[in-house]
Ligand binder design. Structure first.
Ligand SMILES: *Cc1c(COP(=O)(O)O)cnc(C)c1O
Length: 566
């Protein structure tokens, strides 16, 4: 018998573990960390996502840094339990059968949060429909809308088929799953014995829905031409009955559907709340700042140190504040152990020849324009001169570009071009196939974490939080979480651009690159090599001040009190 579920958490991607490629980046990792924290806290929650049988993709980089993609074929049976549940979703004139697999997330005291992964690869479906749950963010608009109907509508039906009929809240992690609103409306219409769905039904399902938006630009939201929506959702009565109200102009915008149908809406950092309020006028938008699952992202060495010095830290992340009183040498040794593992890994994987004693910088994120991967190389000669005079540097990069993002691919190629110019003072490596495992190695093992997005595009960002748990300070643009997490010279350093309106312009980028160079040259590299005590003090602050706060234990408790049950 299934345990009762009171919150169903829908996400197009969920990062369960490194070997299960059902995530592409921050959104999925956050979803996984959220459910891991819910399991620790004993919350009656379940996750719903797609199986992504072919994963996102495996990244291959050639000698010049050009990316190609391979599908991942992962052994579904080894990781997941097939469920008896059956459902079907009407797409155009077809009935597409959906089944589900289960993955159990076990919390620190044994509570289980199940994750249901939806699968259309069943015998009765056409060859095309069998591929609908193969590829994360693959295919065209048609494929994508079909996927989203499977996720939203199929997800609710699978939950019902599993016996979950008393769910109190439906949490949409980004708008991809918002077609679930139509299914809730259809259920309601049927319960009430009414013939047509009306907008009053939206008012009634609204009490059950929570929506978290993650995308600070209008163009990033999921939209479909109305004609395509009519074609795919041809048998979906709530859509047809309410199309005029839920469609904006010629589009079905899944974000707007989620906004219209949720009683609690939030952005993922305070600044992101402001950006979202401007983007979605007329909605009350709150904020709950993201976090990371502390235990998952702490290196083995840091886990051991915390276990010894702060025994409750795993169940009580707030107690990481006591990191402030851990001996400098203990912190340094634990960090060295994490750094050694990273250096060994890059040396083995990329034949990099990196050196444990050299200050090492890390930058890992999706290769896409707004992340500005190449900002730190705005003036390569200047950076080399700094390293020559202040002390040598190693820089480790990682990150995938979406297969269709040719500009993102060009960024990786550009890093390779710079990397391949021989130089004694700066040693660069680009680690292929960024995933949760390499992310964990990198955020724990480097000495300084970098982030240089174009504001206000970084809704939150979470990799710097993983670094903080491991005592690794950040040097980052003031955007997303870092506006809340940066105390200058205490938890890290800001690249702030207050003098000018930040635009995607060369002068703005030059200005920011100069701040980056100047802080490295005048403060950070000298401190690292010549005032180690001061550097370790900052490392401890990052754990005590930021690790204790930017975690999913704090985050999930805010969702419970502010969003789910207020
Ligand atoms: C944490 C993580 C991300 C998100 O990092 P950002 O700082 O938000 O860009 C993306 N991919 C992987 C594999 C991660 O572990």
């Amino acid at each position: 018998m299934n345990n009762a579920i009171s919150i169903a958490y829908f996400s197009m991607e969920i990062g369960l573990e490194s070997a299960i490629p059902t995530y592409s980046g921050g959104l999925g990792v956050l979803a996984g960390d959220t459910l891991r924290a819910a399991a620790d806290a004993g919350i009656a929650m379940a996750g719903i996502t797609l199986l992504s049988r072919k994963g996102y993709f495996r990244q291959h980089l050639d000698k010049e840094g050009w990316q190609s993609e391979e599908p991942v074929n992962w052994p579904v049976n080894d990781y997941l339990l097939p469920m008896d549940a059956q459902a079907s979703v009407e797409l155009e004139d077809r009935q597409v059968a959906v089944r589900a697999w289960r993955y159990d997330i076990r919390g620190s005291s044994g509570h289980i949060v199940p994750v249901y992964l939806l699968d259309t690869d069943v015998q009765d479906n056409s060859d095309y429909d069998r591929t609908l749950t193969d590829q994360l963010y693959g295919g065209d608009d048609y494929y994508r809308l079909c996927q989203e109907a499977i996720l939203g509508i199929g997800g609710i039906r699978i939950l019902r088929s599993l016996g979950h009929t008393d769910i109190e809240r439906y949490h949409m992690n980004e708008g991809h799953s918002s077609l679930l609103v139509f299914e809730l409306m259809a259920e309601l219409t049927q319960q009430l014995g009414e013939a047509r769905t009306t907008t009053e039904h939206i008012d009634q399902v609204r009490r059950k829905c929570v929506f978290t938006t993650h995308t600070p630009v209008a163009a990033g939201h999921d939209r479909f031409p109305v004609s395509l929506a009519y074609r795919v959702l041809k048998q979906c009565n709530p859509f047809k009955d309410c199309a005029e109200e839920v469609c904006c102009g010629n589009e079905l915008n899944l974000t707007h559907l989620a906004l219209a149908a949720s009683y609690y809406i939030n952005g993922v950092a305070k600044k992101h709340r402001e950006t979202s309020r401007k983007m979605f006028e007329g909605y009350q938008i709150n904020s709950i700042t993201n976090g990371v699952h502390a235990y998952t992202w702490a290196s083995d060495a840091m886990r051991e140190l915390f276990d010894r010095k702060i025994p409750d830290w795993r169940e009580d992340n707030l107690s990481l504040r006591y990191a402030i009183s851990i001996a400098d040498d203990d912190i340094w040794q634990a960090h060295q152990q994490a750094k050694r593992r990273l250096i060994e890994y890059v040396n083995k994987t990329c034949n990099a020849g990196m050196d444990q004693s050299i200050m090492t910088l890390g930058f890992a994120r999706r290769a896409t324009l707004y992340k500005r991967t190449t900002l730190i190389f705005t003036d390569v000669d200047h950076l080399r001169t700094i390293a020559h005079h202040c002390g040598p540097l190693q820089i480790i990069f990682a990150g995938k570009a979406h297969p269709k993002d040719s500009q993102g691919k060009a960024l990786i190629h550009e890093i390779f071009r710079i990397k391949n110019i021989p130089n004694n003072d700066i040693h660069i490596v680009y680690l292929p196939d960024y995933d949760m495992e390499t992310g964990r190695l990198m955020t724990a093992g480097v000495d300084l974490w970098l982030n240089t997005p174009l504001p206000p595009m970084e809704a939150s960002g979470t990799s710097g939080m993983k670094a903080a748990i491991n005592g690794v300070p950040s040097l980052s643009i003031m955007d997303g979480w870092w506006i809340e997490g940066c105390i200058e010279g205490v938890t890290g350093w800001a690249i702030s651009n207050s003098e000018q309106q930040t635009k995607d312009s060369a002068p703005a980028t030059n200005h920011e690159a100069n701040i980056f160079y100047s802080k490295l040259e005048n403060i950070i590299i000298p401190m690292y090599y010549h005032n180690r005590d001061a550097y370790i003090e900052i490392m401890k602050n990052t754990i005590a001040i930021n690790g204790s706060f930017f975690n999913t234990e704090r985050m999930i408790s805010q969702y419970v009190t502010k969003a789910y049950f207020r």
